[in-house]
Design a protein around this ligand. Structure first.
Ligand code: ACO
Length: 375
């Protein structure tokens, strides 16, 4: 049997995430994602994904304290981040920084407990790595806002160098919850595949970040932001989309391997969030542009099963939050790490080396010709 792109192939049983296509719902550990997005926080959701249940307030506080204590990465990681050329892509600096977190640690223990501690260290340090690189490349000193009460507040504060408003923090927190997990996507599969060799959590997450970078996956949230800039106004939507399609190009922020019968369920929350932020800013330009793109591209491509995905509205939300366009992608990773760690831990509990096979279609029995006798 041959499954191009592994489409439809089940590689593990899971209790982490369920996507109910029939009813357009997503569940994390049995909880409706929309309810989690509106009521919980990134830390609470990371705990839920990793430990399988919602924390008590004491457990959540302890968890947050553990994250807080390892937000600032070891010095060698700071030095590696500081030595990156300003022209580097932030996602590459993040991948390198996460990889460097492994250096100097005793990695001999590979039990679930040890991997979860590594997951905490990686998750906690990612915001600082992204933010420090961004500040250094723009000639500013990195900041480590120890007073930040949450992961979302810490990240925005560390990137922008000033305390964000509670509404901004809440908006980012919703994004971090929404982006945290989405079943066996390419980066989760990559993490699980690497971890199945019994390589450590740093190796698995480093590889997952590499996977997320591609424009068919997480990279689309940067392309979608660039598209919004390029299109510029609702009046240009039709001509711009027609031109792209005539050139055989894909429209970023549209299409999904799973959602062929309607938009991604997460859009219900994201559209509202984008509108809220627009109202707060008194600037509806970007949200209206995304809405017009959604309307026009859907009218052209829905018969092919193409609908908007999260990256279209994520690009709008991140713009209203003042994140530079190329931080959209590492911001996705800052959230999705929660899902990667959960999948690695779950898979380890009944680990089987991932080793698919392939069908050989090349020649056989060719004669080796010594190099001096080849034409
Ligand atoms: N714009 C225009 N046409 C598209 C798009 C798009 N965004 N996506 C798919 N199509 C077309 C394809 O060209 C193909 O057309 P054809 O049948 O005439 O050849 C048809 O729709 C089916 O496309 P597939 O490649 O088979 O769809 P698949 O399920 O493999 O792809 C994918 C899903 C990769 C996400 C695709 O829709 C895409 O490239 N989207 C743009 C990038 C993007 O937004 N990625 C983010 C995905 S979500 C995430 O990872 C966070």
């Amino acid at each position: 049997m041959y499954f191009p792109g592994l489409e439809g192939v089940v590689i593990k049983e899971t209790k982490i995430c369920h996507i109910d296509l029939e009813n357009s719902k997503i569940y994390y550990r049995g909880y409706d994602l929309e309810e989690l997005a509106l009521n919980s926080s990134f830390e609470e959701v990371a705990y839920l994904l990793w430990f399988g249940r919602l924390p008590s307030s004491r457990e959540l506080e302890e968890f947050k304290n553990r994250l807080r204590s390892v937000r600032k990465p070891p010095r060698h990681v700071e030095e590696i981040v500081a030595s990156a050329p300003p022209s580097a892509e932030p996602i590459d600096v993040l991948r390198t920084g996460v990889s460097a977190l492994a250096l100097g640690e005793d990695l001999s223990a590979r039990d679930i407990e040890a991997e979860l501690r590594r997951g905490e260290r990686i998750t906690a340090a990612m915001p600082y790595i992204v933010a420090a690189f961004h500040r250094l490349r723009t000639g500013q000193r990195p900041v480590d806002p120890a007073e930040a009460a949450s992961h979302a507040e810490y990240y925005l504060w560390a990137v922008r160098g000033e305390r964000p408003t509670p509404r901004e923090v809440r908006a980012l927190d919703v994004m971090l919850v929404i982006y945290a997990e989405h079943s066996m996507n390419n980066s989760a599969f990559t993490a699980v595949s690497v971890a199945s060799t019994l390589a450590d959590m740093y190796a698995a997450v480093t590889a997952a970040i590499a996977s997320l970078k591609g424009p068919l996956h997480g990279g689309a949230n940067v392309d979608a932001a660039k598209m919004l800039e390029e299109v510029g106004s609702v009046q240009r939507v039709q001509s711009w989309v027609d031109e792209q399609l005539a050139k055989g190009r894909r429209i970023p922020g549209f299409g999904h391997r799973l959602y062929k019968k309607g938009p991604d369920p997460r859009l219900r929350v994201l559209r509202l969030l984008a509108r809220d932020l627009a109202a707060e800013r008194g600037d509806f330009r970007w949200v209206e542009l995304a809405e017009k793109l959604e309307e026009y591209v859907t009218s052209k491509l829905s018969q092919k099963g193409i609908y908007p995905n999260t990256d279209l509205y994520a690009a709008v939300i991140f713009r209203y939050l003042g994140l530079p366009v190329d931080l959209n992608l590492p911001t996705f990773a800052v959230s999705r790490v929660a899902g990667w760690v959960a999948h690695v831990v779950e898979y380890r509990q009944s680990n089987r080396l991932i080793r698919p096979t392939e069908r050989y279609t090349g020649p056989l029995g060719l004669r080796y010709v010594p190099i001096d006798q080849r034409g």
